[in-house]
Design a protein around this ligand. Structure first.
Ligand code: MSP
Length: 516
């Protein structure tokens, strides 16, 4: 087993069904998890649902339902979405899980033992939508129209609560950001957080008494933990806390959206410092996926079920589109047309066609036998070199979480293959120069195998099927450069059977055209 690698997504509020933003985060995390597994890391990947808090209580009340039932049903939809999108999580955590209660109680006690918790009275602004407390100076608007920095309504809240001495951690946090530039990524979000912390930190209210849907505060009847205390602790629950932490802690990457960076980059490390627990290595705040450039909202009626999109376009297509279209860290936009255009151009026409034409030609004309070495020319080695460089560039970019650039680099390898086909015209060589045809097809098979391994984390189904057609069992990164693979497969007498297209062309379905 390689070095441990622990990646987490945010855990979603199951107050409704998942939308494309949730799908995006799960897919991006899954691509990274699969990529790290391919690189030989011992990956642990956790996602799940964040079930406590006032937001859930209110959602249940509005629907006239029991909050437990609502949480259980909606959590099931989130899990179902992950399963349908091929999300390779190791654990789908629910904050209502028994071991999570234990972990939350333990971190509470640890913070209490550090002298960082005290009882007092909270009077201030609260956004139920964000489950967040805001300072007056952060709000915009007047009177009942006051809005949080996220544009959500706030209400005045006054109650006796437990406080966490966040103010004490101002300097330690600033030191942390300065000593570890990768703690908050991308850089723009780090700067934003640094400015926020430099502006001074008030102590944080960390319990609630006006409702009971949460983890009870140990030894303090009537108080439940502020939902973010238990929510953030899910990452530790997944690493065995409060029993001995597994080698996966500290987490390598908390992948979250830009709206919740403050919780992960300010509150969370402060809680951990207080509890004496090692800090995660990186918090990455990705951008938002917008629908035709607009925020999705129920009132605008542009909230699309990700499973509907996956049903129309296919899981691989949706995964590929989102990763390729959205520069990782920035906002991005989707529409049915954009999905169809990009997937057709890059997946179906460029890579799909390349492999389909090559492999079915071999199946048909060579009886599936892997082509001989034939008569080689310098162009062959040059193509292999270009493809090796493209796959290496994908790896470097993915290692740095530059996901879209990684796919773009990979595409350069695909384009090089198609140019090579145009120049070498292998199909025409069958009658005129079979020795040359063999060399060209052999080069293409080698290139296709490398490209399929490299893109496997993004499009596991289609790339996996191409590799199945080629009989390629070893699919880790190190295997890309394995020059001996081809000769071994050929001498084993492996035969290619006519494949079905791994990346079919998409049509714009009328129903999605209107809705999406
Ligand atoms: N429950 C909290 C997170 C707790 S983590 C300890 C929460 N839940 S959420 O359901 O509102 O959001 C879950 C994740 O989805 C967050 O990372 C959020 O940023 C992300 N997204 C929500 N809408 C999104 C888009 N439109 N686009 C991309 N990601 C978005 O916050």
């Amino acid at each position: 087993m390689g070095d441990p690698y622990y990646i987490t997504t945010a855990i979603s509020y199951p107050n409704g069904r998942p939308h494309i933003g949730h799908a995006y985060e799960a897919i991006a995390a899954d691509v990274i998890a699969r990529f790290q597994r391919q690189a030989g890391r011992d990956v642990r990947f956790q996602t799940g649902t964040d079930e406590h808090g006032l937001k859930m209580v209110q959602a249940a009340r509005e629907q006239g339902r029991d909050v437990r039932d609502l949480a259980a049903e909606m959590s099931g939809h989130f899990r179902g979405m992950c399963d349908a999108l091929g999300i390779s999580y190791d654990r789908f955590i629910r904050t209502t899980d028994a071991d999570h209660y234990r972990a939350s109680e333990a971190i509470w006690r640890a913070m209490e033992d550090s002298g960082d918790l005290y009882l007092s009275r909270y009077e201030g602004w609260y956004s139920v939508r964000d489950e967040a407390f805001y300072d007056e100076k952060e709000l915009t608007g007047e009177g009942d129209d006051r809005l949080s920095p996220q544009g959500t309504p706030v209400t005045w809240t006054a109650e006796e609560t437990w406080f966490f001495r966040l103010s004490k951690y101002q300097q330690p946090l600033l030191d942390l950001y300065r000593a570890n530039p990768d703690f908050i990524r991308p850089e723009a979000r780090r700067n934003e957080i640094e400015r926020f912390v430099e502006g001074g930190l008030s102590d944080l209210s960390v319990s609630r008494t006006t409702f009971d849907w949460g983890v009870p505060v140990p030894g303090s009847p009537g108080h439940v933990m502020y939902v973010w205390v238990d929510a953030l602790t899910n990452y530790l629950t997944g690493a065995g806390y409060p029993d001995a932490l597994t080698p996966h802690w500290p987490a390598d990457l908390h992948l979250i959206g830009k709206d919740i960076v403050r919780f992960h980059a300010v509150y969370w490390p402060a809680f951990l410092l207080s509890a004496g627990i090692a800090l995660p290595k990186t918090v990455f705040g990705h951008g938002f996926v917008l629908h035709r450039g607009e925020k999705m909202s129920k009132s605008v009626g542009n909230v699309v079920d990700p499973l509907e999109l996956a049903g129309h376009f296919g899981v691989d297509s949706l995964r590929y589109f989102l990763l390729r279209e959205v520069s990782f860290g920035q906002d991005g936009s989707y529409s049915a047309e954009a999905i169809v255009t990009r997937v057709n151009a890059e997946l179906a026409n460029a890579f799909g066609n390349l492999s389909q034409r090559t492999l079915s030609f071999i199946a048909k004309n060579l009886d599936g036998a892997l082509p001989d070495i034939g008569r080689t020319e310098p162009a062959d080695g040059e193509l292999i070199e270009e493809v090796v460089v493209a796959c290496a560039a994908l790896k470097t970019a993915f290692d740095d979480l530059a996901l879209s650039q990684g796919v773009e680099a990979w595409l350069r390898g695909v384009v090089a293959c198609n140019q090579y086909i145009d120049a070498q015209a292998p199909w025409a060589l069958r009658k005129t120069d079979p020795a040359r045809m063999h060399a060209v097809l052999r080069t293409l098979v080698r290139a296709i195998r490398m490209l399929a391994i490299a893109i496997l984390p993004v499009v596991p189904d289609g790339a996996g099927r191409i590799l199945d057609t080629l009989g390629v069992a070893t699919r880790d990164h190190a295997a890309i450069d394995d020059d001996g693979w081809y000769d071994r497969a050929a001498s084993d007498g492996f035969r290619i059977t006519t494949p079905t297209p791994a990346f079919p062309r998409l049509d714009l379905p009328a129903v999605v055209e209107e809705g999406a």
